[in-house]
Design a protein around this ligand. Structure first.
Ligand code: SF4
Length: 227
């Protein structure tokens, strides 16, 4: 008993010493950072989430974005399409998949009998990073929370991940797209299929055949799930 008390006293003394060091190093900020964060209010629907995201300043990208690109489409869509982040045009317009890249996505969807109106399209990052940004991981980890909320509200049956980085971030793997495409993965209990990003297909049309196989697999899986 006496031995245990002695151990406890030593531990307490060490803890006090550590705290004193932290105060010396960081002053009051140390204690401020220990305060529990105010929890986000529960999100009721996609519109209130959109308003929250449009005002978001949780990471430094808020300072360089022109517009937040929240997402668009049917908020009850069974197919959710996820890309990694807005490009320059999307940042300017505040909408996902505009311009040539958007036209190609529409063609791909049309080829498997989907229209833009019946799917929902969004990005992992809702704000465009500056051209040269190292270590996007820090932004993904902060912004991903909004994507999880979108998924919880939309409740899609299947997800199409566009591009290698999107798939790697969502699935938390480092495998190349060649190993990730062509199969059905799971994300939060939802089927997920990976294919090339339309922007890649514009630059490297040799991947179009593989992308066609991927979206055919997507259609088959979708039809099976919703039978
Ligand atoms: S990238 Fe995401 S977390 Fe960062 S400011 Fe934009 S919405 Fe907020």
């Amino acid at each position: 008993m006496h031995h245990q008390q002695a151990e406890l006293n030593t531990l307490l003394e060490q803890t006090k010493q550590y705290l004193r060091q932290q105060v010396d190093l960081y002053g009051d900020d140390f204690f401020i950072s220990m305060k529990p964060e105010k929890p986000n209010p529960p999100v009721q629907n996609i519109n209130s989430l959109e308003q929250t995201v449009k005002n978001c300043q949780k990471c430094s990208l808020f300072a360089t974005r022109r517009n937040v690109v929240f997402g668009s489409g049917d908020p009850h869509a069974k197919l959710l399409i996820i890309s990694r982040m807005p490009d320059k045009l999307e940042d300017a317009k505040g909408a996902p998949f505009t311009g040539e890249v958007g036209e190609l996505l529409d063609k791909i969807l049309g080829a498997i009998q989907f229209s833009r109106d019946e799917v929902y399209i969004t990005h992992i990052l809702k704000c465009k990073p500056p051209e040269i940004t190292e270590n996007l991981k820090q932004y993904y980890s902060v912004c991903k929370e909004y994507l999880w909320q979108q998924i919880a509200l939309i409740r899609p049956r299947i997800i199409l991940a566009l591009g290698q980085q999107t798939a790697q971030v969502l699935l938390e793997v480092d495998d190349p797209i060649s190993q990730l495409r062509g199969k059905v993965h799971q994300l939060k209990g939802i089927d997920l299929i990976v294919t090339y990003h339309p922007a890649t297909l514009i630059k490297q049309p040799e991947f179009k055949r593989a992308a066609w196989e991927d979206v055919k697999l997507l259609r088959q899986r979708y039809d099976t799930l919703l039978k």
